[in-house]
Ligand binder design. Structure first.
Ligand code: AMP
Ligand code: GLY
Length: 420
């Protein structure tokens, strides 16, 4: 079997690595892939990102399954176009991908189907938005409606902050259209959890829970990043939390997918906030999380190709998804300066590790070596029988990796309960 994985991050390296473990898979094409997939068994990078070229490639090379990693191709309708061409592809349709692509669409969906979420109002004109923030409780959260590369959410401490954020989004148009419409939302304080899940439109199966660490510095300080490390399971996802999640978030979401007749065979990722007053949904993503995937897939006992095929046959209700009885931790090594500006092109040295895995994100192959090419360069992962052991082993493995100006958080796996 030949598989095509679209994307170039650490998440896509982890997906390619996991599907390559299926014995019927002979080749995993990664488009465009990265330095990690370049060196991965069975994998071959192909330098394509354009939709029509990818469709031609899949046809010419008898690709039997395409997996889309990032949200952008999903919101652009790659899945619909592949299907029109008779190609099997795993991911939501363009319409269903609006659950991530438009905050207003997703908040309205949550409200319509009774998914527990923060109070909100949405605006497509600045005047009523400026009026609204005069009477808000602070802090308040301002969100760009469209995709904004993870930068479209601002927590505003007071009306002056909110006003300047709204002006940046709606008038100065800093997100090139994506912030012309906004959601203004109640601030929720608590601990976040990432619950990646798979759906075939009739069933949603949640994966093991996980936890991202979004800020650049220890103790959750400094600006947000794409994610500086992850652990799975998330120690805050107790049985009580998971029961509330199932009742107040997952089941109403499934009802909504059916009620809206969404063509959704893919990943649905619930970004939740566990608060003192209950478990709330912050957002949907329609793809796997990065770096959560690099922590979660190594503890998945089941075969990912079989899982995806079962979803494509709309037979998920009969799939027994199983997990190793272990914990996983992955730590991101980033270029010094990230998430602001940073240098690229440094050679990466990596000693052999006895266990665990290095997933590559922002690094490319050059003259048979890995060199840095992005902000989040790689992610070192390890399993352990306990969360502490997984964390210790991941940090031990990280000592074997180095490049100039390498930066990482020292506290991945430590949870700071409430921010305020
Ligand atoms: P989102 O893209 O909606 O997940 O927002 C990105 C990040 O902003 C989340 O991971 C949270 O850390 C934070 N955030 C979003 N909405 C809220 C909220 N209502 N209250 C507190 N923090 C939030
Ligand atoms: N790690 C969060 C995300 O992938 O959106």
């Amino acid at each position: 079997m030949k598989i095509l994985v679209i994307g170039s991050g650490g998440r896509e390296h982890a997906i390619a690595w996991k599907v390559a473990q299926n014995s019927t898979v002979e080749k995993v094409y990664c488009a465009p892939g990265n330095g990690g997939t370049f060196f991965e068994d069975k994998c071959e990078n192909i330098p394509l990102t354009n939709l029509n070229e990818l469709i031609s490639f899949a046809k010419d090379n008898h690709v039997e399954l395409t997996i889309v990693g990032p949200e952008e191709p999903l919101t652009k309708g790659f899945v619909d176009e592949f299907r029109k061409n008779g190609l099997a592809i795993f991911g939501p349709s363009k319409e269903a991908a609006k659950l991530e692509g438009s905050k207003i669409y997703s908040k309205d969906f949550m409200k319509k189907y009774g998914v527990k979420t923060a109070e909100y109002a949405s605006f497509d004109q600045i005047k009523p938005a400026l009026e609204y923030i005069k009477n808000c409780c602070y802090p308040v959260v301002v969100k760009a409606d469209g995709l904004a590369a993870g930068k479209g959410v601002v927590i505003c401490e007071n009306a002056a902050d909110a006003e300047s954020t709204l002006k940046d989004f709606m008038i100065n148009d800093i997100f090139a259209g994506s912030g012309k419409k906004v959601v203004i939302e109640e601030f929720l304080d608590g601990v976040e959890a990432s619950i990646l899940s798979i759906t075939d439109g009739n069933t949603i199966i949640p994966f093991i829970s996980s936890k991202d660490h979004k800020q650049i510095y220890d103790e959750n300080k400094g600006p947000n990043t794409g994610g500086m490390g992850a652990i799975a399971p998330n120690p805050y996802c107790t049985n009580d939390v998971l029961e509330s999640f199932d009742r107040d978030i997952l089941q109403p979401t499934l009802k909504g997918i059916k009620g809206e007749n969404l063509d959704y065979i893919g990943i649905i990722f619930f970004g939740v906030m566990i608060t003192k007053k209950g478990v709330y949904l912050l957002e949907y993503n329609v793809r796997l999380g990065d770096p959560e995937t690099q922590a979660v897939l190594p503890i998945m006992e089941s075969d990912l190709v079989e899982l995806i095929q079962s979803a494509l046959k709309k037979d998920l209700s009969n799939f027994k998804l199983t997990w190793k009885k272990q914990s996983s931790c992955c730590i991101v090594a980033a270029s010094g300066g990230y998430p602001a500006s940073y240098a690229k092109g440094y050679e990466i040295s990596c000693e052999k590790m006895n266990s665990g895995k290095v997933f590559v994100a922002g690094a490319v192959e050059k003259d048979s070596k890995l060199v840095t090419s992005g902000g989040r360069v790689l992610c070192v992962q390890s399993l352990g029988d306990t969360a502490e052991e997984a964390k210790k082993k991941a940090y031990d493995n990280l000592k074997k990796v180095s490049f100039k100006d390498m930066y990482f958080r020292k506290d991945i796996g430590t949870i700071y309960e409430f921010n305020r």
